[in-house]
Design a protein around this ligand. Sequence first.
Ligand SMILES: [Fe+2]
Length: 404
Amino acid sequence: MEQKLYYLLHKITMWVLKIAAKVLPITKPTLFLGKDALKQLCDSVSIMGIDNVLIVSDEGIVKLGFVKRLVFEFERVGVHCEVYSGVEPDPTYRHVEAGLALYQTKKCNGVVAIGGGSSIDCAKVIAACVTNPKPIKKLVGLLRVWRAPAPLFVLPTTAGTGSEVTVAAVVSDPETHQKTPLMDPKLVPVAAALDPSLMLALPAHITAQTGMDALTHAVEAYISCNATVETDRYVLASVKLIHENLEKAVIFGQNATARQKMALASYYAGLAFTKASLGYVHAIAHAVGAKYGIPHGLANSVALPHVLEYSKHEAQARLAQLSDAIGVASSTESETEKAQAFIEYIKDLQRKLSLPTTFDAVLEEDIADLAKQSLHEAQWNYPVPRYMLQEECERLIANMAGAK
Ligand SMILES: [Fe+2]
């Protein structure tokens, strides 16, 4: 009875989200592409009359010299910079508060993120806090950023999170260690620079993990019940780019063309999932990742084929279309065979990218709680093609942990 009630509430929530995705205006950032993208973004900040920016980044990006290069280009066009480089993976409210304090003390009038998803998400929340002076907890959730944030510009150095284009930012509560997402169309940055030169130094294993995050965004958006003609177009473009470039970007890290195309793939997947939403792969990856400190892209990569196996009957036609889009099955095969071929393609990609296929860290005694957390996240957020019960989720996580 309780499960039936949850199922009904899930259906109603998904219906509301579908209407919201259609009605709410979601802007796209102005996009700068190519080797001059960083410079062009600096020019656009200056043209907007912004003359004192807070750069949000991490120490790794500082060491690579990217922050120095960004400051140089900003100073060239008369924009003063303050640098907050204290962001760490899975940023917490403390990182946001430290950046915000610097922004306010130095009277900045714009925020610029350079780095991976952690720096971009942290910068999004700093920008939101500038104009919405209240505890961060009060901004967590759906549509709680009432006033437009400070102008935000982003330069991703990884290709996967899609944070450069999405309505979401995830920061953690340092007391509970829970990841708390903010979701509001106002969090979409003003402009993004996809500059491949910022991605050439990314290590192979992080390139692989973040690439699988982008693929997961695309696939979950495609099998979502809220997918539209527009989000389908973005997904198909993204999946083709990933199919043609992810391996190249991992093996030949200095290949700027492959890096640029992966950055575009991430951007398109971000455009798709910000409207069509995600699914159980992300719900499980968030729970398992937070519990054992597993990087987000890696957690998605492990969970993706398992969740697709679970959903393949309901999502069969959609998976077959993805298979057709990248030509991993012959045209004479049935829809069922094509759907299976796409799942096998993902497993094969994992092997080629030397990514693990199981969660070795998961303990049996944690599985029930992990399933509960995953379902709690999914039931109120994700328009999934097949509704999952607690026991089913537990079985799936056990399989991901390598149970026979
Ligand atoms: Fe993701």
